[in-house]
Design a binder for this molecule. Structure first.
Ligand SMILES: C[S@@+](CC[C@H](N)C(=O)[O-])C[C@H]1O[C@@H](n2cnc3c(N)ncnc32)[C@H](O)[C@@H]1O
Length: 386
């Protein structure tokens, strides 16, 4: 089976998330290829696109390949085989062309002939929306533009040419509702639901397993995990934060008709005693909020404080993580006048006897906005020894 993912603003992070997500779902990638903000994958099993678009934080759209071959074979297959699977007879459609070998006009000509012969009234709409990438450049794929078109076909080229259809487009309104309508918001400190989903997927924790967030705050990671039917344990040293997390989870239960399996503990994660969990996804305190770029000395001090905090917490809670469980956390990436400063992961690994997860992806991955003073590095560690 062949699929195409249109990626969000942080390409490397989105790819890492997809790899982890598919692994968690028991789906093997047999081949992959990327071009701009598009990832093409060949898998051994079917991907449930509805579930995937809801659970992935870094993907804008998911498409499935219908036909492959050389240019004339694709035209022939469009002519002879179904390409429209809905009931409406009047709809808009578009073509996203990621192939440098096939012209959109040629495909469009073939598709329109086919629609005409099937008495379908399809109007062509250009998929012209753009998304601003982390590095500041713009690429194809604004979700509002993609959501405004009924049917979107795509063309992609690697070993062969592929013609396919977008099955699902991410709906930013749904996640915005969750983010804005929950009873307690904490804009300056809380993580976005999109990034929370990415951290959860990187942890590869499955439904019915237990995720620990030892710095849970108002519980954004906990809520996104609960929506994926993951059981959660949240710890925070701040009593108010725990109260707020509880309110937010109760709201989630009512508004999403779910029975949340959760536990919240108001304690210090450096000393708390808990039970076994399957993995960790967390955003620790990244340090004080900065309004202007700090001196190098101040940034180094903040990084050292962060390293000490994460080492102390990991040394306490790692015994509760099952063998081979993953520990996903963000760390500060501080802008200084010349470059950026981040923590020394080898030192964190040495002091905690945890290892960096080795796979197709080299961590850390960076997540930042151009105007941010404190961005993030994302690490995935693994507990290999008991
Ligand atoms: C960046 S915030 C977490 C944001 C969280 N993801 C959210 O959605 O709100 C960090 C949290 O860690 C908590 N914290 C700091 N040190 C802690 C410790 N030693 N043990 C437990 N919680 C701690 C703070 O009270 C704060 O709520």
């Amino acid at each position: 089976m062949e699929y195409l993912f249109i990626l969000g603003r942080n390409i490397e992070l989105s790819i890492a998330e997809i790899f982890s997500y598919l692994k968690k779902e028991g789906i093997q990638i047999q081949f992959y290829s990327k071009k701009d903000n598009v990832l093409f994958v060949e898998t051994d099993k079917k991907i449930d696109s509805v579930k995937a678009i809801n659970q992935l934080g870094g993907v804008l759209a998911i498409g499935k390949v219908l036909y492959s071959g050389n240019f004339s074979e694709i035209l022939e297959k469009i002519k002879k085989n179904p390409i429209y699977f809905e009931n409406k007879t009047r709809f808009s459609y578009s073509i996203l062309n990621f192939s440098n070998e096939i012209s959109t006009d040629d495909i469009r000509f073939e598709i329109e002939n086919k629609f005409r012969s099937e008495k379908l009234k399809a109007s062509y709409k250009s998929a012209k929306g753009e998304i601003k990438m982390q590095e500041g450049n713009s690429l194809v794929g604004s979700p509002s533009n993609l959501n405004s078109i009924d049917i979107i076909y795509f063309l992609f080229k690697n070993k062969k040419n592929y013609f396919g259809i977008i099955e699902e487009v991410y709906n930013p309104k749904e996640i915005e509702k969750r983010d804005m309508k929950k009873p307690v918001r904490r804009e300056a400190l809380a993580i976005s639901p999109r990034l929370a989903k990415i951290l959860i997927n990187l942890s590869q924790i499955k439904e019915k397993e237990t995720l620990l967030d030892p710095f849970c705050g108002i519980g954004v990671i906990l809520q996104e995990a609960l929506l994926q039917e993951i059981n959660v344990l949240g710890i925070d040293i701040n009593e108010n934060a725990i109260g707020h997390a509880k309110k937010n989870i109760n709201w989630l239960e009512k508004n999403y008709s779910i029975k949340a399996n959760y536990k919240l503990i108001n304690e210090n994660s450096k000393t708390v005693k808990i039970f076994q969990v399957d993995g960790i996804a967390t955003e620790p305190s990244l340090g004080m909020l900065l309004k202007k770029i700090p001196e190098r000395r101040q940034a180094i001090l903040m990084i050292k404080r962060f390293e000490n905090l994460i080492v102390d917490v990991l040394n306490n809670i790692k015994k509760y993580v099952r063998k081979n469980g993953k520990i996903v956390f963000t760390a500060p990436l501080i802008k200084i006048f010349k470059g950026k400063i981040s923590c020394n992961i080898n030192e964190i690994c040495r002091r905690t006897r945890l290892n960096l997860d080795k796979g197709e992806i080299d961590f850390p991955l960076r997540e930042f906005r151009q105007d941010q003073i404190i961005g993030r590095e994302i690490f995935v560690l693994v507990k290999e020894e008991d």
